[in-house]
Design a protein around this ligand. Structure first.
Ligand code: PA5
Length: 443
């Protein structure tokens, strides 16, 4: 299960402060569960681990099996919440190197930027190989994945013809909304439905995340079971008995004391995309109305040799949240060298996981001594069940954090601003006057 360790927060937050905020945290939790707060139409994620379409789940598993047998390369097209969750889960369980370790199919993510280099590279990797794609967009109108879909559709149709391409294109979108649904129906593609009450960044346990994760060969039943377990474990409205709420409470107390940046700290490269998922979840949910904790992340010990100096000694406006997996599933012993010219004799035969753990403990204490509050979130294992629990832990803490800040954690109005300017500059019909205004300002 997911545990929050508060031992290193004591010098920064008193027990009385936690007691004082507890009624507000419970009220925020109740608001979520009674579905009476802002964004109440997007709370499907609360019960999703126990309340999902079981037929759709079976269809996801059988389609994933079919995709695994019919392709060498699987391209997932989506941006934001439509790709970060699945990528985080796949890399967490299989490690970031999975495409190089002989697993099949290889999996690539496209349509999460407008980089010609990124697109050209993935196309190169696809040429001459058996390719399937999963296009994911809740709104069915997002520009980045829509462009990528055009590109990959052309590749598939050129290679396999319209009929062959149809068998290789899988679409995940809203039941009714958006151009993608209309297009998929016209073309007869296999589709999966994103429940209307689940927003992008809360959608990893819906078909958005589950199909790609199942294609990667991971156990989606276990992922859901872990989230269901967490839903039960974190069902008490009292933050003293609920670590997810306690995490939300501590974040809010720290924020009010000027700790406006949270640094998610991990010690394994395979957690990098999980950090990206966390950043989107909290950044898009809290950052609005001139408020919000800025979510950032580091990978130690790598970043101790770049950002470590700043975190140890720089401006004191941040706190760290260390994410730790208790039982390492892979380990290596450091070789013995009787010559000991490198002076590492004291580490001969030591496990690398143990050394990493000592680095974590030493860093944590050094940063606390340097004035950086540290929280630790621990899960037992690097497996689907533990990760499902962690996902739910963060989703709940995020919803409660948003309500504590007094914002709607389930909308993202600010994201529209860049889109309107981009459309205007690109000459989209309907944006003529904005185009004129922007062109007058661009030097
Ligand atoms: O959390 C969100 O709602 C957003 O980040 C979306 O996931 C992102 O903008 C992609 O939207 P869509 O799935 O509609 O293409």
């Amino acid at each position: 299960m997911v545990r929050l360790c508060k031992d290193y927060i004591r010098p920064f937050v008193g027990e009385d402060e936690l007691n004082n905020i507890a009624p507000m945290v419970s009220a925020a939790f109740n608001l979520l569960h009674e579905r009476s707060g802002p964004g109440a139409d997007y709370l499907g994620w609360i019960d999703l681990p126990v309340n999902f379409d079981r037929d759709e789940l079976e269809r996801i598993k059988s389609t994933a099996g079919k995709i695994r047998s019919m392709c060498d390369v699987f391209v997932i097209i989506g941006i934001g919440g439509s790709y970060l969750g699945s990528r985080a889960v796949i890399e967490f369980i299989k490690s970031e190197m999975y495409n190089r370790l002989g697993d099949s199919p290889e999996i690539y993510f496209a349509g999460n930027n407008i980089s010609p280099v990124a697109m050209a590279n993935i196309l190169r990797l696809c040429r001459g190989r058996r390719v399937c794609i999963n296009v994911i967009s809740k709104s069915g109108t997002t520009t980045e994945p829509a462009i990528a879909f055009r590109v990959f559709r052309e590749l598939l149709e050129e290679t396999w013809g319209e009929e062959g391409a149809r068998e290789r294109i899988f679409v995940t979108t809203d039941r009714n909304e958006g151009n993608l649904r209309k297009f998929a129906e016209q073309k007869g593609y296999t589709t999966f439905t994103i429940p209307a009450d689940i927003g992008g960044r809360y959608s990893v346990l819906s078909p958005v995340g589950l199909l790609p994760i199942a294609v990667a060969g991971l156990d989606i039943d276990e992922l859901i079971a872990g989230a269901a377990q967490a839903r039960l474990a974190f069902s008490d409205p009292d933050p003293a008995k609920n670590d997810s709420l306690c995490y939300a409470a501590l974040r809010n107390i720290l924020y009010r004391k000027g700790r406006v940046t949270e640094i998610l700290v991990v010690y394994e490269q395979y957690m990098q995309m999980l950090c990206e998922w966390y950043k989107q979840l909290f950044g898009e949910s809290e950052g609005k109305d001139g408020k919000g904790i800025y979510p950032s992340s580091v990978i130690y010990t790598t970043d101790l040799h770049s950002l470590g100096q700043y975190i140890q000694d720089g401006m004191r406006n941040q706190f760290e949240t260390v994410l730790w997996v208790k039982e390492p599933d892979v380990d290596l012993a450091i070789p013995d060298d009787p010559g000991n010219i490198d002076g590492l004799g004291f580490l001969s035969g030591r496990s690398l996981a143990y050394v990493n753990q000592m680095a974590m403990k030493g860093t944590l204490l050094a940063h606390v001594d340097g004035g950086v509050p540290n929280l630790v979130i621990e899960i037992d294992k690097r497996d689907e069940r533990s990760l499902g629990g962690l996902i739910y832990f963060f989703e709940l803490a995020c919803g409660v954090s948003g309500y504590l800040l007094g914002v709607n954690p389930f909308d993202q109005p600010g994201v529209e601003k860049y889109k309107k300017n981009m459309f205007a500059l690109l000459g989209k019909p309907g944006f003529e006057s904005r185009k004129k205004e922007l062109e007058g300002r661009i030097r």
